[in-house]
Design a protein. Structure first.
Length: 501
């Protein structure tokens, strides 16, 4: 077999190997080079796999030559090849940024451990995306979760420990629910292979264990997704984690959990059963609207910039699940698009907020909360940083010319197609709440005078700005050239929605 045939395995193995090598090196510089090289290689592999799926269709890779469903299978289709590009691409951007950002946010002696944990987190997220085995998905979920708890706790602010502990408790409950649901599926079907489950689940979908499996998986994954009202762990985790960790988690962790939810719903259980025989669409619609309005409204009143955008993430998750509730090609495509577009925009925003934190932090003190009093007049000294946050904010609102507009446009089309015009108004009105919290930043950074006594400082370093602006540029690019995002999302939605019809 040629090396190209082993790319699915290398996608996961390379980041996995980089983590222990980073620990063994015990040197921050060497650990950085090892994990960054693995991330960029994983990104190149993800692009190659996306192209392979585009040319030849789904790819099956049996581990250890044990043919599925007896052995573990890595299975690639349009949806998860799209996810691999997002996850590995974000890691490839965040790692160069982290080299400078953690200097003042994480103690020097822990830097090599930071890179090891980030490598493990990347391994877990890529593994969740590529595996075709239900229990293997749970294992990778735990790898990413355990490393995430450590990454959040690494910040110098003592509240990071509380945030990590809170996430650990809620994440463990969610993981327990997921493994119970997978256990029910295994008992009923006798298989853990997701593709093999499809026909077997169809025969037992009306049974009580089948419904129990669906309930456990839905609640467990919703905890990982931070779907309101199961979102309590997310605001503190994003606020007190090191800036590069906040950016990476906001762009990837909840998105991969959403991918897992989509995979179970549409591939395993089937949309014909879930959306026609169960009241799931109404439940998902109510929860989505609650997230869109509640979280965006709460974001308006936050004084900490990181916490503001953390609540914004909860609101944006509501748009993704709203698209799923339509059970239409346009709706599911909008969800997949927004999953990608929001990941890119929110990653850019958190990287730029991290650049502000770096400027406000001294080496002797814990990173300060980037409150609106501290960022008053900041656009005068950090124009590129503030302008980048504004562009990311415009994408959250859904302004034409940004990636966020494209996915919200398809969401509106899905609502119109269903004849639910009132939902068009709900999408537009909830977007106006995003205008309010983005304007709070604009007003403080551009129209207020700098606070008296604040030390004069210049723009963020290029090592922070260049990675952040790569994502800002991507936010604009995917708002103009939609061939990759829209094409991938629509093709994935066509495969999912008609999987059982």
């Amino acid at each position: 077999m040629s090396l190209a045939q082993h790319l699915p395995a290398l996608q996961v193995v390379l980041p996995l190997i980089s983590a222990p090598l980073a620990v063994l090196s015990r040197r921050a510089g060497l650990a950085f080079l090892i994990v960054t090289a693995a991330a960029w290689t994983a990104f190149a592999i993800a692009i190659a796999l996306w192209l392979q799926v585009d040319l030849s269709g789904p790819v099956s890779y049996p581990i250890g030559n044990w043919e599925p469903p007896w052995g573990i299978e890595y299975r690639l289709d349009r949806l998860n090849s799209f996810m691999l590009v997002l996850v590995s691409g974000m890691a490839a951007v965040v790692l160069p940024y982290s080299r400078a950002s953690i200097e003042r946010e994480i103690p020097q002696e822990s830097h090599y451990l930071f890179y090891a944990m980030l490598g493990l987190c990347l391994t877990g997220l890529l593994g969740m995306s590529i595996t075709g085995d239900a229990f293997n998905l749970f294992v990778f979920l735990e790898i990413s979760s355990l490393s995430t708890y450590v990454l959040i706790a690494m910040g110098r602010d003592r509240r990071a420990l509380t945030a990590a502990y809170q996430y650990l408790i809620m994440g463990s409950i969610g993981a327990t629910f997921i493994v119970i649901g997978i256990g029910f599926l295994y008992l009923m079907t006798g298989t853990l292979n997701l593709a093999d489950m499809v026909d077997r689940v169809a025969r037992i979908e009306n049974s009580r264990p089948g419904l129990a499996a669906l309930a456990f998986i839905t609640v467990g994954v919703s905890l990982k997704v931070a779907l309101a009202p199961l979102h309590q762990w997310l605001p503190n985790a994003y606020t007190y984690a090191p800036s590069s960790v906040s950016a990476f988690l906001a762009a990837t962790a909840t998105k991969v959990a959403l991918y897992a939810l989509i995979r179970f719903y549409f591939t395993v259980f089937g949309d014909a059963f879930l959306f026609e025989k169960l009241p799931l669409p109404k439940m998902m619609l109510v929860l989505s609207l609650f997230a869109m309005f509640f979280a965006n409204f709460i974001a308006i009143f936050q004084d900490n910039l990181k916490r503001l955008f953390a609540y914004s993430s909860i609101g944006q998750i509501g748009y993704i699940t709203l698209g799923l509730s339509f059970d239409s090609i346009d709706g599911v495509a909008a969800s997949i698009m927004h999953l990608f577009n929001h990941g890119v925009a929110k990653g850019a925003i958190f990287l730029l907020v991290g650049a502000i934190v770096a400027r406000l932090t001294t080496r002797q003190s814990a990173p300060p909360a980037p409150g609106f009093d501290r960022i008053a007049g900041l656009a005068r000294s950090m124009p590129w940083t503030c302008f980048g946050i504004v562009i990311g904010g415009l994408s959250l609102i859904g302004v034409p010319g940004t990636a966020g507009f494209i996915s919200k446009w398809y969401l509106v089309l899905a609502a119109v197609d269903k004849g639910q015009w009132w939902l068009v108004g709900a999408i537009l009105f909830s977007s106006l709440l995003a205008v309010a919290y983005v304007w709070r930043f604009v007003e403080a950074a551009y129209f207020r005078a700098p606070p008296a006594g604040r030390e004069a400082f210049g723009e963020a370093s290029l090592s922070l700005l260049i990675p952040a602006w790569l994502l800002v540029g991507a936010t604009v690019w995917f708002g103009i050239d939609t061939s990759f995002t829209v094409g991938s999302a629509i093709e994935a939605a066509q495969q999912l929605v008609h999987n059982h019809k």
